[in-house]
Each structure stands twice: as structure tokens, then as C-alpha cells.
Design a protein around this ligand. Sequence first.
Ligand code: IVH
Length: 696
Amino acid sequence: MYNNKDVKKIIESGMRWLSNNPPSMPAHTEELRDLLRFHENRYYVANDPVISDAEYDRLYKILEKFEQTHPQNITSDSPTQRVGAALIKDFPKVKHLVPMLSLENSYNAEDLVDWDRKARELSGMEIIEYCVEPKFDGAGISLVYISDLLNRGLTRGDGETGDDITPNIKRIKSVPLSAHFSEYGIEQIEIRGEVLLSKANFKIYNDKLGEEGLAPLANPRNAAAGSLRIKDTRIVAERNLEAFLYHISYVLASDDNKYGRVSDAHSKLLQMLWDLGFRSPVHEMKVVKGIEAVIKHIEGFEIKRDDLGYEIDGMVVKVNSIPLQEKLGMTSHHPRWAIAFKFKARQATSKLIEVQYQVGRTGAVTPVAKIEPVQVGGVTISSISIHNEDYIREKDLKLGDTILIERAGDVIPQIVKSIPDARTGKEKKIIFPTHCPVCGDELYKPEGEAVWRCTNINCKAQVLERIIHFVSKDAMDIRSLGQANVEKFYEWGMLKDIPGIYTMPLDDLLTREGYGEKSVTNLRQAIEQSKQQPLHRLIYALGIRYVGETTAKTLAQKVESIFELEGLSLQQLQEIEDVGEKVAASINAFFRNADNIAMLKKLERLGINMKVAEKIAHSGQFEGKTFLFTGTLHQMKRSEAEEMVEKHGGKILSGVSSKLNYLVVGEEAGSKLEKARKISSIKILSETDFLSLIHS
Ligand code: IVH
């Protein structure tokens, strides 16, 4: 039982394993496994780790090493056994113990009031106690445990039969491989839940697809469902899926007395699951009496929807008493004891009117669909990227088609699908151009790639996009130059390439309309200041294919000056963490190109910083510490503050969790601050506190 363990003792026991005098194997192997299970639970389920990742890894390695030399000693629920055969041949179809029904939907308070009235009439009760939970927006799963061991995991499938995806389920660290159900008098159990991809992990995944020139997925739900069906379990592990378990559909009790103690209320069963090491929504649920209280709670929760680390598409209201659930029973489609309340949709239908083609800085030609303007989740959308030719084919898109679009949280809107049933016969095939829409050169598509490219590096579109990228916020940050100015200056013949930014005759602007002393001085200053940007920004600004901000930072750490990258072989590049074959080839090609080197030399002569800043005396001051900034900062830009943290060895997190050490709060900080206040280990700093910490 994870929640009443003596954490101090457990930490001490971990230190004993890591000391010079560890407990002896095999007598204590199971103790070590339990220790690892405890820490997995703290990290992946409770989101509140009590040892460092490195210590966990060292403990894991001790067990792994022992099991490698004593394979006969391995148990099927050992933490090492999440890693089974890497490749799965197929997913056998298996019947669920109990069919997986879906829930009736409701969309407003009246629907809920109606539903409650029916439930009260049927049960003869005046007021019903409900348990209200988030409706997790992922992929449904069912898990079976027999004699305390995970026996299998299935997808929902058609509700009757699902696919056996057990090896992939084992890769989800918040799903225990074993749990002490026997202590609750349970011999066999089937549990239902949802596999999710957090918003943060979804972003990482989509960014990776983007860097490879592939189309992003429309929402984390599709990503989670797709991930469960991947046949290489190593890739499944990399996705960092999570699972919430929220329903018990079948129990074979070995001791009715013991099971009877928890089985009279749904909320008690969720607590039981939590105590057994599952991530059940005990911290997200609320038990209330009467439908009015349910409605009030749901209204409050919808407002907080965007603050959660994962997507939910509504709430589920469940009758809390299990005997009452049994009395209410089912219709042929739905249980009568539960109902889903759907939040406002973030999907809408529209019409695909026309496709325009944009040429990016690497020459990639991206089709963009112009659609009939439509509101999705409070934002009007009138154009939407359709990525590449394969995507158009896969989604079966035609001009004039009715399309379903979605804006999941803060994800860029995507087309979910076309609706062929709505076709009139007048729709037209989308014909991809054979020539660059800007310079007219023939387009080229390397084998095995999805993207057509214009290979004319002097193509106006590419030149402009390269300059726009160079000056952009996350690159050299010459914001006052911006897209509109770059385009104008190019038209006026003042700016032809990247070094040209630093040699433009800015005074000439004074003769043009709309440019005064002040704006020209600002521009001059911004350009001048950019010369001192740190090396990683310059590397990122060059717009080398596949080199995003993270890779640029990694590269900048490996060299003293940018010209050292020129000397690195393909193999040396690949030895750098996170640099794969494709990325290495792209970097190599960039630095083998004489024009690129000439451009860098020119930039150097113009005074642009090409070197890593001198290591600051305190460089390791924040080693192992995590920071997050919220609200408006006044004494520095957020990107500068984040850079300071990284320079001092710290890391920036994307959200508030117990892994966060410092939240730095600017003006008008909102929900992040509220959330951080509830986690006592997070230190909350003002901007001034932060600066004094840096200078201490
Ligand atoms: S209870 C027999 N609780 O929503 C009832 N379902 O159509 C079992 N879902 O198929 C479902 N969050 O995949 C339940 N907290 C939650 C849920 C939830 C998401 C999904 C589930 C179900 C669908 C309802």
C-alpha cells in the first residue's frame, strides 16, 4: 500500500543499496524490486518523486545486472520486465470479460437534471450521491489481473472484442505489473481506464514529426490510440504514455468479507485502486449529493480545463453507491447509473475552398487549405496547413469537400478528416504543382520523403523566409525588423541576404514614408544588440534543416566557436546526444557548403558573436534545479531569464508539478501560481528574488 509507507525508511533503504555494503542477493532481490516499484509509483502515479532519476537508475541497474546473471531468479512482475520482446507480430483479438459499453452523453444542465430525475424515480430516492470525474480524452483500455499479476491488457475495440496489447501496456510506467488485490479478497479483476499522452509529451512528439517534415497529429487522443498499436515496444516506451484507471467491470472475489469493505461505493473502489498503486482519479474526483451540486462542480471544472496537463473532453457523473448502480442497471446501450457531460466541442465542420502553396526557407512547398471561416473553441479559423501531398491523399481531401477540423487545447488546428458522405459530385481533385509557385523552377522530391522542394536557393520565397527566420524571436530576436519590414526592404533592394541585415543603409529609410528618426534608431539598436546573441541562437538562426532550438543548444555546448562544427565528421556529429543520422547529415551538408561558410565568415567580420560566452563563475549553481516563469517580467525578457537559468546549469519546465523547484512570478500571474501554492516543495520567487538568487 503506497500511501502509508514510511518514506524516510524507504529512502534510507535505497541509500543502503547504493552504499559500499548493500544487502545480499538473492535473499533481498524482492526487497529491491519493491523499492523500485515504490519509486515508480511516486514518480509516475503520485507525480511526487522522492529520489533523483540518477539514483533510481543506479538502483535499477543493480537489479538488472543481478537478473542478467541469474535469469532463473526473474519474476514476471519485476520492474525490469516492462521490457519484453521488442517487436510484436500481431495483436490477437480477445473478448472482454464484460462488454465495454459507452456512456450516454449530455450537453447542458437540463440534460443532467432530466437524467437525475429518471434515476431518482427508478430508485425511489429523494437525493442521490454522485461521484464526478474528468472524462479523460484518450484511448480506452481494459486490464485483467489474476492472482495479483497483470494478465493482459486490451484495447476497447468494438466494445465486445479488443486487441491484446499487453506488451505495450507493460511499457506504461503508471500501470503496475502486479498489485496486492488478494489483500482485498480479490482473485481476478477487470479494470477499465484510459491511456493518455500528456499535452507536454504530445508537443514533444509533434515537434519531432515537424522536424522530420512529417505532418503533426491533430490531438493527443489520436496520438495515444496510435501509440498503443505500434509493433515496436521501444517506440511505445519513448512516447511516455500515461494511464488513468476509473472503473471496475468484473471481480471474482476470493473473500467476500474483505471485498465487501470497499465494494459498496465507487469512490472507495477508486481509493482502493490508488492504494494498490494505480493512477485512479482520486485527486480529480468529487463526491457530492444531488444534481445541483454536480452541475456547480462541472461548471467550475470546465474553466480549469486548460490548466490540466492532459486533455479532457468533459466530465463523467456516476452514482456513487454500487448497490444503487446495480439496481439501476443498464439499457441495451448504456449503464443508467452514469452519464458523460461533454464540454463545448473544439471541433467544427467547414468547407475546403482552395489550396495555396507556400515555400519555406528550406524550399519545402507546403499546401495550405483556405476554408470557409469557422469558429472552433472561440477562435475563427480560415486557413489550415495540409502539410504535404501524402497527407492530402491519406485524408482523402478534395476541393469543395466538407471537412472536420479540430483545435485541441493549444495545438495548431488540424483537419481530422474529410466527410466523403457529404459530397455532391462537384468536388475536384487537388493537383499538386510541379513547379515552384514563386520562382517557377521545377520541384523535386527526394525518394522516401513526403515533401516537394524548390531547389533554387536564390528563390525569393526561400531568401525571405531565411531572413525572417534569422531575425525571429527565438533566433537572433531582431523583432523590430519583422516579416513586414524584411519583405519591404527586399522589394526596395536594401536587403538581399542574411549578412545584408548588418550592412543595410538604414539612413535611406528616413526618406520613406512611415520611417522616422525614432523607428530607425530602434531598428539600428536592435540589429546592433543582436550581434551579441549567444552562439546557440546563431546556430538556430541559420535555419539548418532538423536543427531546432534544442539541437542548437546541444551543438553550442560541444564547441567553442561555430567554425568547429565545420570540422566535425558525420560520425562525430552522430556521437552527440539526440543527433541522429538525418540530423548529422543535414548539419554536415550545411558546413560542407562553401557559400554557407563564406556567409559565416562575413557575419564574423561584421562583428556577430561566433563563440560560446565565457563560462560564468557560477555556471553550475542551478545544477539539477528546475524553474518556470509565469506572468509578465519587467526587468528582463522571459527568454533572457530562461537563458540565465540554463547558463547556470538549471532546467526550464513547461508546467507546474512536484518536479518544479522554483516558480518565478511576474505581474498578473494566473493559474500556475495558484497551482504552485498547493505544492509545498515549490519555492515561489519574485523577479527581484530571482535576480538576487542569480547574483548570490
Ligand atoms: S466510466 C460502464 N469514467 O468515455 C462505464 N469512462 O462513452 C465505463 N471515459 O468508453 C466508463 N473518462 O473510454 C468512465 N472517468 C471516466 C472516463 C470514461 C473517459 C471514456 C471511456 C468510455 C467513454 C464514454
